[in-house]
Each structure stands twice: as C-alpha cells, then as structure tokens.
Design a protein around this ligand. Structure first.
Ligand code: PLP
Ligand code: COI
Length: 340
C-alpha cells in the first residue's frame, strides 16, 4: 500500500510497484507490448545477457508537478542513448517510439507510486534490454527482451543535497580507453564494483575515476559525471570513455542560460587545486556537491568547499533543474514530456 511509504525518507532502492512492461524481439521484429505484475523474468540459462554481457540499461525520472501533472524528464535522450548502447554491443536497438511508449505506459500504470509534489522523491524509470538467445560460442543474440520497470526513489547519496567526499584511486579502471565507457552497459558497472566498495569502506561516496590511458585527466565520478565551477566557468571532462550524461547536458544549458561559459575539455588532477565548486551529476545523483576530494595514492586532499556548504552555482543549478522538472518554472527548452 502506498499509504505506508514514507516518501520524504525514501532511499535510492527498489520498492515493488504494480506493473512492468515488456516486449520481445523475435524473428526479426518487435512483438506486442506485454504488461505484467511479475517481477521475475524467465530466460534461457545460456542467454547472451548472462554469459557475454549483452545487457544495457537506462535511468530516467518522472515527477509529480506543482500543478498535479506527471512529467518525464528528457526521455527521448534516454531512448537515443539506449539506441547507441545497443549498437555498441551488437544488440537490437529499441526504436525510439517504442522506448518512449513503454516508459509512458510503465509510469501511468504505476501512477500511485509517483511520489507527491514537495516530497523531494521521484519515480525512477529503469528500462533495460537483454540478449536472450542461447549461445555458448561468443556471438550476439538474435532475440532480445526489453523491459521497463519503475520504482519510487529518494536521493542517491545519503543526506540529499549536501556536500559529499569522494576519492581518486588508480588501482582500478572502470573502462578501457577504447572500451564501452560511453555506453550504458552492465559490464561497466561490474568493473566499477571493487573500486566503489573500497571507496565506501573508506568513508567516500564515490570514486573519481581518471582517464584509463594516461591517468592524468578526470573522467567520471562513480555512477555520475563530474563538473567543476572555476572562475565563473562550468568545466566538465571531455573524454571518450565517459557516459554522455543527460543531466550534465542539461546543467550545461542551464549554466549558459545563467551567463556562465561552458568548457568541455581535459581537466588534470592538479587543476582541482584551482576550482571553486565541484559536483557529481546524473539522474540518480541530480547534482551532488563535492566538498572534498582525496587522492588516495598521493595522500593529497583537495578541499573544495571551505565552509562545508554547497557552492552557490551548484545550488542555483540544482534549484533550477528541479523547478523545471516540477513544473514550477517554464520548460523553455522543451525537456518535459507531460503524461496525461
Ligand atoms: N555516468 C555514469 C557511469 C552513469 O551511470 C550515469 C547515470 O546514468 C551518469 C554518468 C549520468 O547520466 P545521466 O545524467 O544521463 O543519468
Ligand atoms: C542513473 O543515474 O540513472 C544511474 O543509472 C546511476 C546508477 C544508479 C547506476
């Protein structure tokens, strides 16, 4: 019963909802959309998703607005990125229209799980695709299953909008220089688990990975992109191995709208000494201010926030992004899809 959910203190976790939506690609075409109440899937034990990592996923959010309307944020960008991820690991891409239709259905069918306006929580949309043909030799499947589940979530980093501490370590790479970093595929996350656990055990909320080739430049921050504010500019790494974040793209636009210059370029580790603000940004993380970055290999500590509070630019960006998604301010860039 949703009456039992304490919306304001929801963690970022899985809460069962009423329905999920599925579609299977077989004999060269996508079939009928299926609505189910089952939260398990039945696939062949030799499916390529299980053995050879043919799995991709997405993350988006839906919100209950000030006017009571439901808004999905930039879902067409998630559809596009899922298409690229599919092509990246030889999976059958889900057509954009089907992707958006199934996300819309999953949100609507689970409307009672959309957190109320003002709670700070949202409905997380997790579309994912699996290769389901049995293969023992390494080759792509010819059959695929696409599923959209939704679940109500609170903030990704504990405590919500407050400074977190992250760390740099060189012992592990999340991805290879010409690997799958720019795709949202499960294998990247498996590769990040050991580093992530070490960081959490050390009291950090995430690892700031460096570029896997030279270990000289900042890449991304656990399950989120990284940006910094420096001399009134929004700077964010340009790298082939990071996931093109839809949140980062949106914050760049909002920063430009506020009159800030935006630079997508290499950022060296040393440059952390010269920045005014830093944050991790993503669908789950929104923009989480970073107060301190410890380099575990050199022992150097970069104190970004001198007063322990989130910086003014990140605070303004966070408030602006939320206001647009909640229908409090005009959606001038056409980012929301209103679900009637
Ligand atoms: N980088 C990684 C590795 C992620 O998993 C995510 C989450 O989706 C992001 C960045 C942020 O991307 P987005 O803003 O599209 O959610
Ligand atoms: C997201 O921000 O949507 C993510 O996918 C991050 C993480 C939960 C994997």
């Amino acid at each position: 019963m949703t009456e039992e959910i304490d919306w304001a203190s929801l963690p970022f976790g899985y809460v069962p909802t009423d329905y999920n939506v599925r579609c299977t690609f077989r004999d060269g075409k996508w079939g009928e959309i299926e609505v189910t109440t089952s939260d398990t899937i039945n696939i062949h034990m030799a499916a390529t998703a299980l053995h050879y990592g043919q799995e991709l996923f997405e993350g988006a959010k839906a919100f209950r607005g000030k006017d009571g309307k439901i808004r999905m944020f930039r879902i067409e960008e998630n559809a596009r990125r899922a298409y690229d991820s599919a092509e990246g690991i030889l999976m059958e891409p889900v057509p954009e229209e089907l992707f958006i239709k199934m996300c819309t259905m999953a949100v609507k069918l689970n409307e009672r799980f959309i957190p109320p306006y003002g709670s700070g929580a949202s409905l997380y949309i997790r579309p994912f695709e699996l290769g389901i043909s049995p293969r023992v030799g390494v080759s792509p499947a010819t059959e695929y299953m696409f599923v959209v589940l939704v679940t109500p979530v609170g903030p990704y980093f504990k405590g919500g909008f407050q400074n977190t501490k992250i760390c740099i370590m060189r012992e592990f790479d999340r991805v290879a220089p010409r690997g799958t970093g720019r795709f949202k595929v499960g294998g990247n996350y498996a590769a990040s688990l050991r580093a992530g656990k070490m960081a959490h055990d050390g009291g950090y909320s995430a690892v700031l990975f460096l570029d896997p080739k030279e270990k000289k430049y900042l890449d991304e921050c656990g399950p989120a992109n990284f940006y910094a504010i420096k001399d009134g500019k929004y700077i964010t790494p340009a790298s082939e191995s990071i996931l093109p974040s839809i949140t980062n793209m949106s914050l760049q636009q909002l920063a430009r709208d506020m009159g800030l210059d935006v630079e997508c370029r290499h950022i060296t580790v040393d440059e952390l000494d010269t920045i005014d603000e830093a944050a991790a940004c993503g669908t789950a993380a929104v923009c989480s201010p970073i107060g301190q970055i410890d380099d575990l290999d050199t022992g150097k500590k970069y104190i970004i926030s001198k007063d322990g509070k989130p910086g003014p630019v990140t605070t303004a960006l966070y408030n602006k992004l939320n206001a647009i998604r909640l229908g409090e301010e005009p959606d001038v860039h056409g980012w929301n899809t209103i679900i009637e």
